[in-house]
Design a protein around this ligand. Structure first.
Ligand code: GL7
Length: 839
């Protein structure tokens, strides 16, 4: 037996100042030490990046102490672990977040300054890990922060993509994709654990045999095997000792050379095999791309899920358990269908490897998994062509057939003779070409299924998963998304955080409901003044950034009207553009028009293969080019497209917004989480009755929210009547003028064809009902403009938005997951020789 960690550390290593100490002098020395001994540099030749690394290692040392203590407690107490399975984590920069959560920002700032450096510059040097597409991946990272902050034992399992989401450049108004080489300069936050590597099989065939006791068994003889190496990153909670792990898997060839091939002289064949294996975790797939035929994507999914489940089983057995109580010790959450192959994989491991009978294995599996759905868009539902699936995972296909057979027996009992139901519920889609339906596998194999906002969870039950709901209503629940106030307020908006803390203390950071106390200051004119000054200051910073990056001058006194999110037709950035063009037309017709000056700020990436989305980016930039340079418009309208929108840029943008654009077609945005970040930072929302907008409005009060547009039932009715966008175009002169102006080539150097695909899709289909919502949106924007003129009243509304955002802390979401789905509770970490974070 190894001695306990603390004892070992105390007797063998001196946990001395330079690794754990928090005094400014110690920190300064530690940075110099790391620069010398880790980077191998001395000040005269050190780059900014060297200093960043030295600082990052200094911070990591202080994390490690907590991290290893946490792991030891988990091990000793054999705690129940939440295992979050997610193909994406949009982590964002670690350094500043860790400084905040450790509570040492100020000490480090001084230590860095005493070393003759600037902390903000070093923070800006960090390349953010962009291992996700958007909301879904960012949610996973917010949840990791909350799990640690609430002291819930957890591991976040995922994929260590060598190339994350592409970097976006804008050339001549068009998006250009650049490879994201985030690991190029090294990653100080992760530790490789090659000793915990596992093997993953692919392809080949299965065969049955009888074991010594005469039991029927199946073995899988794969075509090839890939090795998974885990890389661990500590995720520290806010001012607690808990540091959980994010464990990301990288694929490697089993041997660096395939010796058999090598021996017969096929050197290049052997190298091919190695390259093939390592390709598996090379690149993150952008979403909104047709998935069909992307075999590598299924390989990625199976790879990380198999690695993770094998890892859990190893941990569990190492603690002296049998797998009988696996579900009591592991709550495994499927973040969308991407990891849903886990249902079949756990069955395989239990049956083929650990020899459990089917019924027992199924009981364990169903109790272990929970499934979160994140979208109602039918095109985003994962289905794998049967042939491809069976070729890659022959044993899993057999298991899925068996799960399906037993499941459909249940369906037959409930609906005798109803073939319709059988076909709609089946795990296999047999209506044309055959597919494996991953959402159905996830539903059948999980004990709970949840949507991510109230409306979304209701619509799931009425539409996408209607038949499942009728059959298994007790499985369904809702957990409305949330965001972490640490990153989205304390890290990104220090000025506002300090103002708030000066009034109500710091407890709101851990208990966001306490923001309600701000309501007590609403009548304090001095406080409202300070509130405005903070907003002005962060707007000024963003204006500076815009000027530095794009050379566009924008006024911090204008209304900052912001839409940042992935580009998608359902998110309707082009509806926003129609508003801009309409204002432009109004000023051109009436040059003295007195309007509220606005700066329209956009940001977001389009999937590389999504042509319409890329065309919307081009349209925004083209309209900006004309509007920004028209002397008659002057300061009244500015349009800015911020390239390469990511977490880092989000941290700049949310605090500076006055108005948050949440204008998706009702029923299409499952929840949204940007909407929460804006409101938390005191922006007002103009939004549709969609996703979490509805709950935000409920919380902040309808008088503090700008609602417009058709509701889901109205949309259903309109479609049922036969929606004709032409009717709106022909009867609304301002809408017609805006569309005609685009079509005339006015924004495209006379090239009337440039935006034709986009415009035609509106004129003849308008699948997302921009035309139907146009007038309502314009009227609502007019109310916004009027409201903004009364700055005192606007400030009150802004304060109330922040004050009433308590519900949207990811801490609340995680507590709900713990109660409704995971059945887990906190395990505080005591550290005998813990040096208080507060110094
Ligand atoms: C999403 C939803 O579109 C978004 O509304 C939601 O907030 C997010 C997190 O639940 O999940 N689903 C999805 O596939 N992506 C999302 O952002 C990429």
């Amino acid at each position: 037996m190894n001695p306990p960690l603390n004892q070992m550390l105390q007797s063998q290593i001196q946990i001395e100042d330079d690794r754990t100490g928090l005094s400014i002098e110690t920190l300064r020395r530690a940075i110099a030490d790391n620069l010398f001994y880790i980077q191998g540099k001395f000040p005269a030749i050190a780059t900014k990046h060297d200093y960043y690394m030295a600082l990052a290692y200094t911070v990591r040392d202080r994390l490690l102490h907590r991290w290893l203590n946490t792991l030891e407690v988990y091990l000793k107490q054999d705690v129940k672990l939440v295992c979050y399975l997610s193909a994406e984590y949009l982590v964002g920069p670690h350094l500043v977040n860790n400084l905040i959560n450790l509570g040492i920002y100020e000490q480090i700032r001084q230590a860095v300054e005493e070393s003759g450096l600037n902390l903000q510059q070093l923070i800006n040097t960090e390349e953010e890990p962009g291992l996700g597409n958007g909301g879904l991946g960012r949610l996973a990272s917010c949840y990791m922060d909350s799990l640690a902050s609430l002291e819930i034992p957890a591991i976040g399992y995922g994929i260590r993509y060598e190339f994350g989401i592409f970097d976006q450049e804008i050339k001549d108004g068009w998006q250009v994709e650049i490879t994201d080489k985030w690991l190029q300069d090294g990653n100080p936050w992760e530790i490789a654990r090659p000793e915990a590597a596992v093997s993953v099989k692919f392809g080949g065939h299965t065969e049955s045999y009888l074991d010594d006791q005469g039991n029927y068994r199946v073995r899988w003889l794969p075509e090839y095997i890939v090795k998974g190496i885990p890389y661990d990153t500590p995720i520290l909670g806010y001012k607690v000792n808990t540091a959980n792990s994010m464990r990301l898997w990288t694929s490697e060839a089993c041997e660096s050379f395939d010796f058999q091939r090598f021996n017969v002289g096929d050197y290049y064949g052997a190298v091919d095999r190695k390259v093939f294996s390592e390709n598996l975790t090379k690149v993150l797939y952008p979403n909104d791309e047709p998935i069909k035929g992307k075999e590598l994507r299924l390989q990625q999914q199976y790879f990380f899920v198999s690695c993770s489940l094998q890892d859990m089983i190893r941990i569990h057995l190492n603690e002296g358990n049998t797998l009988d109580n696996f579900a009591e010790k592991f709550a495994v959450q499927l973040n969308d269908t991407h990891p849903s192959i886990g249902v079949a994989e756990l069955m395989r491991l239990l049956i083929d490897v650990h020899y459990y009978p089917w019924e027992k294995a199924w009981e364990i599996t169903e109790k272990t998994f929970g499934f979160t759905n994140h979208t109602l868009l039918p095109e985003a539902l994962e289905r794998w062509p049967l042939g491809l699936f069976g070729h890659l995972l022959p044993r899993h296909l057999e298991i899925i057939y068996e799960i399906n057979k037993r499941f459909l027996d249940q369906v037959r009992l409930k609906y005798p003779g109803n073939n319709e139901k059988l076909s709609s519920l089946s795990l296999i889609d047999e209506r044309g070409d055959k597919y494996v339906r991953m959402a159905h596998l996830a539903c059948v194999g999980s004990h709970k299924i949840n949507g991510v906002a109230q409306l979304h969870s209701e619509l799931l039950k009425k539409t996408l998963l209607k038949d499942f709901y009728e059959l298994l209503p007790e499985k369904f629940t809702n957990v409305t998304n949330g965001v972490t106030p640490r990153r989205w307020m304390v890290v990104s908006n220090p000025e506002l955080s300090q103002l708030i803390s000066s009034k109500i203390g710091e407890n709101w950071i851990k208990n966001l409901d306490e923001l309600r106390k701000l309501e007590g200051f609403i009548d304090d004119g001095g406080f409202r003044q300070q509130w405005r000054e903070v907003k002005r200051k962060v707007k000024q910073d963003l204006a500076q950034y815009i000027h530095d990056k794009l050379g566009i001058i924008v006024s911090p006194d204008s209304l900052f009207d912001v839409q940042v999110k992935r580009l998608h037709e359902y998110k309707r950035q082009h509806l926003n553009v129609l508003h801009i063009i309409t204002l432009y037309n109004r000023i051109k017709q009436n040059p003295n028009l007195d309007i509220t000056p606005r700066t329209f700020i956009f940001g977001g990436k389009a999937a590389p293969g999504y042509h319409q989305a890329k065309l919307i980016i081009k349209l925004i930039n083209s309209v900006g080019d004309i509007v920004n340079h028209d002397p008659e418009i002057g300061e009244r309208l500015k349009v800015v497209f911020l390239p390469d929108y990511n977490v880092t840029l989000g941290q700049r943008v949310y605090p500076a917004a006055d108005l948050s654009e949440q204008i998706s077609t009702a029923g299409k945005e499952a929840s949204g989480t940007g909407n929460m970040k804006f409101s938390l930072n005191g922006a007002l929302t103009i939004g549709t009755f969609d996703g979490a907008n509805i709950e935000i409005r409920e919380e902040v009060g309808e008088e503090n929210f700008f609602l417009f547009g058709l509701k889901t039932e109205e949309i259903d009715q309109l479609r049922a009547q036969g929606y004709n966008p032409q009717d709106y175009y022909n009867s609304n002169p301002e809408l017609k003028a805006a569309i005609d102006l685009i079509n005339s080539g006015f924004f495209s150097h006379g090239d009337g064809g440039l935006f034709q695909l986009l415009i035609n899709s509106l004129l003849y289909l308008d699948h997302y009902l921009l035309f139907a919502d146009y007038q309502s949106y314009l009227d609502c924007q007019e109310r916004v403009s009027q409201a903004y003129k009364d700055q005192e009243h606007w400030t009150r509304m802004s304060i109330l938005n922040t004050a009433r955002m308590g519900k949207f802390s990811s801490d609340r979401s995680i507590r709900e997951y713990c109660d409704k789905i995971w059945n887990t509770s906190p395990v505080p970490i005591q550290m005998k020789d813990y040096v208080q974070a507060d110094g």
